[in-house]
Design a protein around this ligand. Structure first.
Ligand code: NCD
Length: 331
């Protein structure tokens, strides 16, 4: 596989452009990966590489100096919230973080999601929102007067994670068309799996879905894949597929989504990527994970250069810088 060509795109002046509407998505909510076509994705990845270069050369800039982001998380988060905050700050913007203590906000007094949005938009130009209920972020966006970015709505979607996952695949493997990717773990509840699968459908890929029977990919997604003619196969054993893959996308079994905890106990330890298992993988295969991990990847694997999950974390910040700039009309 050819390494990715990193074009030297960084130019501070070019980052001060007037709002652009061609490929940019000015003043628009980001609710689902369905909003993106291949041109928009490639535009976003180019901008993300520029952001990476800017961060490397200058650390920060003042592209979003005039803007404030409200970061509102009704579910726990480390990476998504921190990387949106880091992204905004590296672009010179300000942040209102309601991330670690929603219990201290008026939500605990019974304030509705909509009222919380209508309040926060008085202070901010854009809102990043995570909420446990499917469809809640879209509902908030209907009422809010500033762009809303979906940072995860229950078991629904997590579009910005999928964008950074796709960006990582492209960067690490040099291409998207032709890739063979295995998704491993909780494919039923994992919103990152749902969003990434939808994005990968736009490319010529082969997908393997590895999970215990009770955690298989939702049927509607599987049917969509089949309708699109994507080469798919399901199995419950990583060993069946690992030797043939360009990427493993490993996910955690999502304890909090199980109605029946006894069922969680039955499946919680069903996979572990170990150094022994990695010996069966291609030399250029990469291992990704949206994180947090809770035992699916042994810590010894971290030393393997094919372990891409912390590089993936950093890519998330660059991608979110590009996305924030685009949505605010500054890219
Ligand atoms: C994921 C999420 O919140 O959906 N984490 C993340 O955003 N990086 C995955 C998970 O919780 O398992």
């Amino acid at each position: 596989m050819m390494p990715i060509e990193l074009k030297p795109l960084f130019n501070l002046e070019s980052m001060r452009r007037e709002p652009k509407f061609t490929n940019g998505f000015y003043q628009q909510d980001i609710l689902s990966v369905d909003q993106f076509d291949r041109d928009m994705l490639s535009y976003l990845f180019t901008r993300s590489l520029e952001m990476e270069e800017m961060a490397r050369v200058a650390g920060t800039c003042d592209l979003l100096k005039a803007y404030t982001l409200a970061c509102v998380f009704y579910e726990p988060s480390t990476r998504t919230s921190a990387s949106f905050i880091a992204a905004m700050e590296r672009l010179g913007g300000k942040v209102i973080p309601i991330t670690q203590g929603i219990q201290y906000s008026s939500v605990s007094k019974g304030e509705s999601l909509i009222d919380t949005m209508l309040t926060l938009e008085q202070y901010s130009d854009i809102i990043v929102l995570r909420h446990p209920e499917i469809g809640s972020v879209a509902r908030a966006a209907k009422y809010a007067n500033v762009p809303i970015i979906n940072a995860g709505d229950g078991t629904g979607e997590h579009p910005t994670q999928a964008l950074l996952d796709l960006f990582t695949l492209r960067k690490e493997l040099g291409t998207l068309d032709g890739l063979r990717i295995a998704m491993v773990g909780d494919l039923r509840n994992g919103r990152t799996v749902h969003s990434l699968t939808k994005l990968l459908m736009k490319y010529d890929v082969s997908l393997r879905f590895v999970s215990p029977d009770v955690l298989r990919l939702p049927l509607n997604l599987m049917n969509e894949l089949i309708d699109k003619g994507i080469n798919v196969r399901e199995t419950d054993n990583v060993q069946d597929v690992i030797g043939d893959m360009d990427a493993l996308y490993v996910t955690r079994i999502q304890r909090e989504r199980f109605a029946d905890l006894a069922q969680y106990e039955e499946v919680k330890d069903c996979f572990e990527i170990t150094t022994e298992l990695m010996q069966q993988a291609k030399e250029k295969m990469i291992v990704m994970h949206p994180l947090p991990r809770v035992g699916e990847i042994h810590y010894n694997v971290d030393k393997d250069p094919r372990a891409a999950y912390f590089r993936q974390v950093q890519n998330g910040m660059f991608l979110r810088m590009a996305l924030l700039a685009s949505v605010l009309g500054q890219a």
